[in-house]
Ligand binder design. Structure first.
Ligand SMILES: Cc1ncc(COP(=O)(O)O)c(C=O)c1O
Length: 393
């Protein structure tokens, strides 16, 4: 079977990271990896903070955060006035859910490709307010038009108070046609939260072009920011309704400062985040995107071949820059969340390879990422050794 050529490596890129060289890190998507230059920038900020905490927190920190927010929002193609920095995508989603004022008779609609913790957040908010949640099943192989039609048929105008849809899905590594979905929801008067946890740095799409009422994306995954750096973007009509989860001294400042300021936290990660963007741009954004997507596609094919999956049965991500790919595992393998977690741990322990595994709709899947620090031989080695590990049960 012919496997596509892997991309040319980006020389020296691995040396930009402090990753353990004895491990193949094929799961950038879960927690990212912070380049050394970004780690250093954050450490310098921490040194400044520890040299005089009073001065650091009370003299200009709010303005420095605002400056950083403008920088990051511009990178994302978002309105800086509508952007608030938050700790992570999960927090951004919770802020939106708790600001909506849901009540009995209202419903929140999601898809079965959604992120588990965001799903739990929906459940809790529904239990607290008397609203209900409904999950739309979307087949793994559904094309863009089918996805849009499923969503259209699943909305109940007047009743559906929020639709949550992922830009790139976590368990299934799918790019959803979010702009078209937002368009359909708007026709029905349904607000949309786009969970774009993986989009910043990976997709060229701007936040403005998605046009959602709410959009949340992590910079600590594909944009090389320190962990705890995410952006919540809110459309103009909603901004005054958005409340932080924790009330602080900045409550009177309005959106976005009241959402960003969460009392005595370590804000150095946010302030160092522009260095992550600088690193990305130095490597060449287009080049990084093309490299990562091509490498993930290569990994999907070699590991898929090794597991006997026909190329036609390897799920397509739906876009040219998606740097995560899914491989169906043999029937009966990793079909529950616990079994998937066990398998991930065994692959890490026995093969020294970090991957993501998920059970989705009763089937087990392996998810592989491509990143500038990865090389084709890492996927080749996994392909050679994984069948034996799976055979051992
Ligand atoms: C689609 C999606 N939403 C939300 C999250 C959660 O991100 P965080 O842990 O930074 O809140 C993830 C993490 O992988 C994700 O893939």
């Amino acid at each position: 079977m012919t496997v596509p050529q892997p991309p040319e490596p980006i020389p020296g890129a691995r040396l930009l990271f402090s990753l353990d060289p004895s491990v193949s890190h094929l799961n950038h998507g879960s927690f990212g990896a912070v380049p050394i230059a970004v780690q250093r920038a954050q450490q310098r900020l921490r040194d400044e903070m520890e040299a005089n905490p009073l001065r650091f927190f009370t003299q200009g920190l709010v303005d420095r955060i605002a400056h950083t927010r403008r920088h990051l929002a511009t990178f994302l193609g978002a309105d800086p006035e509508g952007t608030a920095l938050v700790g992570n995508a999960t927090t951004g989603a919770a802020i939106v859910l708790q600001s909506l004022g849901l009540g009995p008779g209202d419903e929140v609609v999601t898809t079965d490709h959604g992120y588990g913790a965001v799903g739990f957040s929906v459940e809790r908010e529904c239990a607290r307010t008397g609203a209900v949640s409904r999950t739309l099943p979307v087949p793994l192989t559904a094309g863009d038009e089918e996805v849009v039609e499923i969503v259209r048929a699943g909305l109940r105008p007047g009743r559906t108070k929020l639709l949550i849809v992922d830009q790139i899905t976590s368990p299934t590594a799918r790019l959803f046609p979010t702009a078209a979905i937002v368009g359909v929801a708007r026709e029905h008067g349904v607000p949309v939260l786009v969970d774009a946890a993986h989009a910043p740095g990976m997709l060229p799409t701007t936040v403005a072009s998605v046009g959602a009422d709410f959009w949340v994306g992590n910079l600590h995954k594909w944009a090389y920011a320190p962990r705890g750096t995410a952006a919540l973007v809110v459309a103009e009509p909603w901004r005054e309704r958005i409340q932080p989860l924790v009330v602080s001294w900045e409550q009177g400042s309005g959106f976005p400062t009241r959402v960003e300021w969460q009392a005595t936290l370590d804000y150095t990660g946010w302030l160092a985040a522009p260095v992550g963007l600088f690193t990305l741009r130095s490597l060449g954004l287009e080049r990084v995107r093309a490299h990562n997507a091509a490498l993930a596609a290569y990994g999907q094919r070699v590991v898929g071949d090794a597991l006997g999956v026909a190329p036609a049965d390897l799920p397509e991500p739906g876009g040219p820059t998606v740097a995560m790919r899914l491989i169906p595992l043999p029937p009966g393998v990793a079909t529950t969340m616990d079994a998937a977690r066990d398998l991930r741990a065994r692959i890490a322990d026995r093969l020294s390879v970090e991957v993501s595994t998920a059970a989705w709709n009763g089937r087990g899947y392996l998810r592989l990422c491509g990143q500038v620090y990865n090389t084709p031989d890492e996927y080749d080695r996994l392909a050679v050794r994984l069948p034996t590990l799976l055979a051992q049960g």
